[in-house]
Design a protein around this ligand. Structure first.
Ligand SMILES: NC(=O)c1ccc[n+]([C@@H]2O[C@H](COP(=O)([O-])OP(=O)(O)OC[C@H]3O[C@@H](n4cnc5c(N)ncnc54)[C@H](O)[C@@H]3O)[C@@H](O)[C@H]2O)c1
Length: 255
């Protein structure tokens, strides 16, 4: 687990999707280190169970649940499970994603629908299932968007559309469920996770050069932002978008 002296989530319950690796796993570790009982949801069972086991071994509380976030039935089961076994939900981090890198005219209908389902529809399904528990606990929803919501990159039409829509959804939900639930969006830039496995060394170096920080970010650096937004430290922040990109979206490269 992360080394932190904060215990902002003591006695709280947090559910994180896409928690088998990368940013979701880092958020699970961070919230557990701060006292939360964590429910880690993913499709990658071995890796997801490993994350939960590591947290438990380190003295935290975590369980892994297999679940496809695009399924309404899965969300209903999760809401039932959390209500019965934990009695409350304080934090929901909707973080799973799917991407197919192709220009718009080459995407199949299934590829378009699939990406929007994992990234966008799943976040709505999450709220539909957990709005009651989250407002009861005066809890917090954090959506993982992306800097792709702000600027265009070739080959990401459905991904960017879904990530952009998450910002609008977050603002809408903040208004709809405030003041009893806060809703915020985090926009990571280039963060070194399995998502970068398909990028070669030259591509990574190019992305590093495009940041102010001159390096890729770590999942832990995004998890810290998610934990902040989900915590009472952010009690007056709702409907906001927090960019965590080492300055990638503000730098103007000079020749
Ligand atoms: N890594 C980056 O550079 C970067 C940049 C911007 C935004 N993001 C966003 O951060 C989030 C996490 O990405 P990551 O880089 O940690 O990726 P990752 O591949 O490490 O983790 C994504 C997880 O989502 C899970 N998942 C996929 N489809 C699912 C489904 N239908 N149901 C349940 N789980 C499912 C995968 O099994 C995987 O464990 C994503 O929303 C991504 O768009 C990442």
């Amino acid at each position: 687990m992360n080394e932190t002296s904060c215990r902002r989530f003591q006695g709280r319950v947090a559910l994180i999707t896409g928690a088998a690796g990368g940013i979701g796993a880092a958020t699970a570790r961070r919230l557990a280190a701060e006292g939360a009982a964590v429910i880690a949801v993913d499709l990658a069972d071995e890796a997801g169970q490993r994350v939960a086991d590591e947290i438990t071994r380190a003295g935290g509380r975590a369980e892994y649940r297999h679940g496809d976030v695009t399924s309404a039935a899965v969300w209903d089961e999760l809401a039932d499970h959390v209500a019965r076994h934990h009695g409350r939900l304080d934090v929901l981090h909707s973080n799973a994603y799917a991407v197919v890198v192709k220009p718009a005219h080459e995407l199949t209908e299934g590829e378009w629908d699939g990406q929007l389902a994992v990234t966008l529809k799943a976040s709505w399904l999450a709220v539909r299932a957990f709005a009651g528990q989250l407002t009861d606990s005066e809890g917090s929803l954090v959506l993982t968007s992306s800097v792709h919501a702000l600027v265009g990159l070739p080959g990401h039409p459905a991904y960017a559309a879904a990530k952009g829509a998450l910002g609008a959804l977050g603002r809408q939900l903040a208004v709809e469920y405030g003041p009893r639930m806060r809703v915020n969006t985090v926009l990571p830039g280039p963060i070194l996770t399995a998502a970068w496995d398909r990028v070669d060394e030259a591509g990574r170096a190019a992305s590093v050069a495009e940041t102010v920080a001159k390096r890729l970010g770590t999942p832990e650096e995004v998890a810290a932002a998610v934990a902040f937004l989900a915590s009472s430290d952010a009690s007056y922040i709702t409907g906001a978008s927090l960019v965590v990109d080492g300055g990638w979206s503000v730098v103007k490269a000079s020749a």
